[in-house]
Design a protein around this ligand. Structure first.
Ligand code: ZN
Length: 285
């Protein structure tokens, strides 16, 4: 590995630590002030921000732990740590907002006193912190994870902005009902995100076909190049989001079994993003 890559990886780790600490700090502040001010919107956003902090911490742990060597007891190392944690995080994101929605309906029936000034202050702090986190993350190496993290922070900025707007509407027009309504809308958005995370993590844990890959495509690639072979079975799975493996069982009429092995591995590696060392070929005569 070149020093350049190591440096930018260390840099990304540092940026992730800053972003995670800021997000976690703000999440706790929101949950505490959500209860003090009585604003469900702020409590709901606090829960959402905690999950963001957990995701950032997970990316960080994954970056450190996933590189840990495998052992005889754990031949894949700790690579499944990320999908297991993401699955639990996703379930939490589906269940907790349901409680918020239930509470929002309760409050529409029996309204609770809200302190809109405290709500406004927390909303403004949220705007500032999300802007800082977005800026910090944008300083990192541009990869898919980082870009989606920045897009997510932009969405969070909009949520903080809506809390500020609702607080102002309560201060100037006394529109208290906007808080439960806003918290229901936010909860639905959080649940949708939770379903997506849970589904993706579940697919990894179930050894499902990784996103963007297809068994049919691999079968086609092999049979276009080698018409003497018959593809009997293909298994395609991933250990975590990054590492994809495939196991291909074929029947061949050729006698040069070793040559077929190598040829198929190279064809599949060339036509997919699966590295040669992750491709297992089993040839039956
Ligand atoms: Zn978020």
């Amino acid at each position: 590995m070149s020093t350049n890559t190591t440096n930018s990886q260390n840099n990304n780790k540092k940026l992730l630590i800053i972003a995670a600490s800021l997000t976690l700090f703000f999440a706790l502040l929101e949950i505490i002030y959500g209860f003090i001010s009585g604003s469900l919107m702020i409590i709901g956003d606090g829960i959402h921000m905690s999950s963001d902090a957990i995701s950032l911490i997970l990316s960080l742990i994954a970056a450190v732990v996933a590189t840990r060597a495998s052992t005889n007891k754990k031949t894949f190392g700790y690579k499944r740590f990320e999908p297991i944690a993401a699955f639990i995080n996703g379930l939490t994101l589906m269940l907790v907002p349901l409680y918020i929605i239930f509470e929002a309906f309760n409050r529409m029936i029996t309204p609770i006193e809200i302190n809109p000034t405290q709500m406004l202050v927390v909303g403004i702090i949220g705007l500032v912190i999300n802007a800082i986190v977005g800026f910090v993350l944008s300083k990192g190496q541009s990869n898919l994870n980082m870009r989606s993290a920045i897009l997510h922070v932009v969405a969070d900025l909009i949520t903080s902005l809506s809390a500020v707007i609702v607080a102002l509407a309560i201060i100037f027009y006394g529109l208290y009902w906007l808080d439960p309504v806003g918290s229901i809308i936010t909860s639905i958005i959080i649940i949708r995100g939770g379903i997506k995370i849970t589904k993706e993590a579940f697919n990894i844990l179930m050894e499902g076909t990784p996103k963007g890959y297809s068994v049919e495509n691999i079968k086609e690639v092999i049979q276009n190049h080698e018409n003497e072979v018959e593809v009997k079975d293909i298994k395609l799975w991933c250990v975590n989001e990054e590492e994809i493996y495939t196991m291909i069982r074929i029947k061949s009429r050729q006698n040069f079994v070793n040559d077929i092995h190598v040829a198929i591995k190279q064809i599949v590696a060339k036509n997919t993003n699966i590295p040669v060392e992750h491709i297992y070929v089993d040839v039956q005569p």
